[in-house]
Design a protein around this ligand. Structure first.
Ligand code: GLN
Length: 384
């Protein structure tokens, strides 16, 4: 079937997201799927029990537009407890259908035709299309390999009167790097006396390793007052399929956010919000996540020590980059496809996170997997 007149695409250069492509290729080839980031183990039975409880109790109609008050209150307590920042649940917290929706909503609420938005590459793939759909112009800066840190001198050079937004992401997908307090101080200095809004994608806030502390922009009052902070229950509670997250921001920003949110999704899943509100009261449920995933990272990289892949252990997220310079000269997209088809292991080629498809011969592997999956995967990788 075809629409009879010609459609001029609003996103002419965008195809299907790499996560969908690689997950499908993994399924079609019966490969171990370390591409799209999601756990292959179950979430807590207690949490599932709570969702059931609230469904059976009849909490099955629309939640308030901004989210269930009880959930917003525990989010406020969590944010204050962790980052000493106070957000008013009434006016400054909104529950969303996952991180991606929150990011899209924040960008849409702020960016207008001709506004410039700075993003750092390799960049998670949902930022640029959201900027473009809103008529904004994406300004691409590159993180400095091998640590994938921000070059603040470069940021200073590109900031001008059209700069409306800077999008940061820590812990960083796809590289696993983290931003430091000194990064935040530099961001604060550069945005001082400007009207720049920050979108801080912190969906991996609890997945941080080796004793590092997550540097949320919430810890820095001067940054927090110009920032949308995005978080995800999917990452934190092993429930990516529930599509639940939230955004916190000062009232004037949140007012604009909600104007978009109410016509994008109106409100999100009611029984799950009840369940999360209760489950979040036990802080261990999120505070234990760093050590839980650090064990998985260590298990995976120990198994890879005998392989020809080179790597720097990730500081956060559940992704590990592996460099295959020592194995092949193939393009990373070709190599990722070949690994899936011939070796039965799927990953994400890093070049897709660069608008110029820069190929550093690196692939991203998700280690949010059972030990047996990691063993099988490493067994294959060590033979390549
Ligand atoms: N955040 C997940 C990842 O990086 C993907 C989510 C998605 O497929 N949209 O793999």
């Amino acid at each position: 079937m075809k629409y009879p007149s010609l459609i001029k695409s609003k996103l002419p250069n965008i195809g299907t997201t790499i996560f969908t492509i690689m997950s499908k290729l993994a399924t079609d080839n019966n490969a171990i799927n370390l591409s799209q980031g999601f756990p292959d183990f179950s979430c807590s039975d207690e949490l599932i029990g709570l969702v059931n409880k609230y469904m059976l109790k009849g909490n099955n109609q629309y939640a308030p537009m901004a989210g269930l008050m009880g959930l917003r209150e525990v989010i406020a307590e969590k944010t204050e407890g962790l980052y000493s920042a106070k957000y008013n649940p009434e006016t400054e917290i909104t529950v969303t259908a996952g991180g991606t929706q929150a990011i899209f909503t924040a960008i849409t609420a702020i960016v207008r035709e001709g506004d410039e938005v700075i993003i750092f590459e390799p960049a998670y793939d949902c930022y640029q299309p959201a900027i473009e759909l809103n008529g904004g112009k994406t300004i691409y800066l590159q993180l400095k390999a091998p640590t994938y840190s921000i070059d603040w001198e470069q940021v200073k050079k590109v900031i001008n009167h059209r700069t409306k937004m800077i999008i940061i992401n820590t812990p960083h997908n796809p590289t696993g790097s983290i931003m430091t307090a000194s990064d935040m101080a530099k961001l604060e200095k550069l945005t001082k006396n400007t009207e720049i809004v920050i979108v801080s994608d912190e969906v991996y806030e609890h997945i941080i390793f080796d004793g590092f502390e997550h540097q949320s922009v919430a810890r820095f009052p001067k940054l927090a007052e110009r920032s949308f902070i995005i978080s995800s229950f999917g990452k934190t509670f092993h429930t990516t399929g529930w599509k639940m997250g939230y955004c916190v921001a000062p009232e004037n920003l949140m007012t604009e956010f909600r104007k978009v949110h109410q016509f994008l999704v109106f409100s999100v899943n009611t029984p799950i919000q009840h369940a999360l509100a209760e489950y979040l009261k036990n802080k261990e449920n999120y505070l234990s996540l760093g050590s839980f995933y650090q064990k998985k990272r260590d298990y995976f990289i120990d198994l890879l020590k005998g392989s020809k892949f080179e790597f720097i252990p990730a500081n956060g997220t559940y992704f590990q980059l592996l460099n295959y310079k020592g194995i092949s000269k193939e393009k990373d997209t070709d190599f990722a496809i070949r690994l899936t088809k011939e070796f039965g292991i799927a990953s994400i080629p890093m070049s897709v996170f660069y608008h110029e498809l820069i190929d550093n011969k690196a692939l991203r592997f998700c280690f949010a997997k059972k030990e047996e999956t990691l063993e099988k995967a490493a067994g294959i990788l060590c033979k390549i």
